[in-house]
Structures are given as structure tokens and as C-alpha cells.
Design a protein around this ligand. Structure first.
Ligand code: ZN
Ligand code: ZN
Length: 308
């Protein structure tokens, strides 16, 4: 995994932000006219919005009303850009003006081997439903993970995605790819969309995904989980636990509450596929993790493959 060193001085961050701006401006012409950009708590009007075929971009320095003054770099999908009304931000790639702010997801860093400046992102993309945050996107996005250390914190290492090397003439492609991936992730991470799909539709999408979950060498990069596989298991269970057959104990978010369970755990080489996944009530789920009986395992194996 490529190694990067976090940039934290105000001067270095300023140099990196300007390199990032040059990179964006070289590939994204200014859009004539005035645009409204919606953010949490309001709208901002801009005459300096930029766009290419894939994404739009607006930036400004934000110092008021925030804990960490930051370079605010907002991005959205070009296909959604409107000249009237408010434009929704897909993702912000912000950097603190100075230091390393844990609440700000963008990171400027220097590649250790080459000294090149780069833009990284922690993978914390926000939005969507509660409980869907960094780990969900990190497990889902097929980006380039790199290791970044922070000299000011005794070299403490963390992982991030490489978005672009700032002197790469094609660097905007990395930005476009990232913004598009976040947009797809946010659209995909919606139980409402899953609810609209038929069992057959869920099955088709579940089968279309890779058979083996993606796993990287580092533990913080979690298994890639297929939402259609989980959606399929719950739909197939039809409101009843696949083990005890009792109705789900309560309704949550307008759906009978059941939990997805892999019959052969992913950590033991199990696959994130519909023939290895069942939907269980919380009691049975806990039991299967604490003390699975052979007869129960056999029953779930049969349920998963649709024979029980
Ligand atoms: Zn049960
Ligand atoms: Zn489980």
C-alpha cells in the first residue's frame, strides 16, 4: 500500500489547495450564470461554479460558524445541475486550513516515495441514513486505499482513499470517479429503493455481484456487503424468522425487523450471496453466534438455498 504523509502546516495546505484548484480549473470550465448550492442549513449563491461532463464544483473558504475553518470544496453530479432552484451537494472534499481536523474528511498529503502532493479522502461521506457512514462506504467503494501517517501525532497511521495526485493532468478523472461513486452509494444505500424491487429483481441484482466479498489486508477496510443480498434474504423470509418461524418481534422503519446472517461466516470464507444468507429474529441471530446447534445450522443451510 502506498505511503503518504499528512500535510498540516497552514502554508503547505494552502499550496496543496491551490494545486487542487489548478487541477480542477484546467479540466472544468466556469459555467456562465448564477447557481444556488444547498448545504446543511442554507443555500449559497455563486457565479463561479465549474463543471465538466461528469461533475460540478464550487469552492470557498469557510471560517464562520465551524469548529475547524476549512477550504470548502463542494461537488455534485453534472447531470443533476439546475440553473434554477437549489443544487444538492453529493460530497464535500474539505481540508482544514491548518492542522488535521478529525471532523473534516479531505486530506492533503505528500507521497513518501515521490514527494508528490495528493488529495485523499477518509471515506466518511455523510448523508443517507443514520448508521450509514464511513465503514459502509469504505467497504463499498472500489477505490485505491493508501496509508497516511501524521508526523505531528507521532506517525499515527490511518487509511484513506487516493483521489488524485495534484500534478497529474488527468487528476480530475479521479475526482469525477469519486464523486460519481458517492452519488451511486447514496442512491444505493436506500431501503426505499430495495422495497420497490420485486423478489426477482433483488435476486437478479444479488446474483450479478461478485461471489466473494472484497477484503483488503487491513482490518479497518471491512467486507464489501451487497445490499441486494440482504434485501433478498429479508424479502424471502416474508416477516418470519428463518430459524424459529415466529413473526419478527417488532416493526422498524415500516418493515418487520429481521437481521441478516451469513450461515457460513464471511470470516470463515463464506460468501455474501443469497445461498449463504438468511434473515433471523434478534434472539435466534444472537444464538447462532453464541451457540449454534448443528440441527439449526443444517436448517439455515437449507433455508438459504431455498430448500427448507
Ligand atoms: Zn427466530
Ligand atoms: Zn450473523
Amino acid at each position: 500500500m502506498a505511503q503518504f504523509e499528512l500535510i498540516t502546516s497552514q502554508n503547505d495546505i494552502g499550496v496543496a489547495q491551490r494545486a487542487f484548484e489548478r487541477l480542477l480549473d484546467s479540466a472544468m470550465p466556469r459555467c456562465p450564470g448564477t447557481f444556488m448550492i444547498g448545504y446543511q442549513g442554507g443555500n449559497v449563491e455563486t457565479k463561479s461554479l465549474r463543471s465538466n461532463r461528469d461533475i460540478w464544483h464550487h469552492r470557498q473558504i469557510v471560517t464562520e460558524g465551524v469548529k475547524y475553518p476549512r477550504y470548502w470544496n463542494a461537488f455534485g453530479l453534472a447531470a443533476d445541475l439546475r440553473s434554477t432552484g437549489s443544487n444538492k451537494i453529493t460530497v464535500e472534499i474539505n481540508s482544514p486550513i491548518v492542522g488535521a481536523a478529525p471532523a473534516v474528511a479531505g486530506l492533503f498529503a505528500r507521497e513518501v516515495s515521490s514527494g508528490r502532493l495528493a488529495l485523499l479522502h477518509s471515506g466518511k461521506v455523510g448523508g443517507g441514513k443514520a448508521g450509514v457512514g464511513q465503514s459502509a462506504f469504505v467497504g463499498w467503494f472500489d477505490g485505491t486505499p493508501v496509508q497516511v501517517s501524521n508526523a505531528e501525532r507521532r506517525g499515527k497511521k490511518r487509511e484513506a482513499f487516493l483521489i488524485a495526485l495534484l500534478d497529474d493532468p488527468k487528476g480530475v478523472r479521479g475526482v469525477s470517479k469519486f464523486v460519481s461513486a458517492v452519488a451511486a452509494f447514496k442512491a444505493r444505500d436506500s431501503t426505499i429503493d430495495l422495497r420497490r424491487m420485486t423478489l426477482q429483481e433483488l435476486r437478479r441484482r444479488a446474483l450479478a455481484a461478485e461471489r466473494l466479498p472484497k477484503k483488503s489486508a487491513r482490518t479497518s477496510f471491512v467486507f464489501k456487503r451487497n445490499p441486494y443480498v440482504a434485501g433478498h434474504a429479508k424479502r424471502r423470509a416474508d416477516g418470519r424468522c428463518d430459524l424459529c418461524s415466529k413473526p419478527a418481534p417488532f416493526v422498524f422503519d415500516n418493515e418487520p425487523f429481521l437481521e441478516c446472517h451469513h450461515v457460513l461466516p464471511l470470516s470463515d470464507g463464506g460468501t455474501d450471496t443469497i445461498d449463504n444468507t438468511v434473515a433471523l429474529c434478534p434472539n435466534c441471530h444472537r444464538r447462532m453466534h453464541l451457540d449454534p446447534a448443528d440441527t439449526d445450522l443444517e436448517r439455515l443451510r437449507r433455508r438459504a438455498v431455498g430448500k427448507g
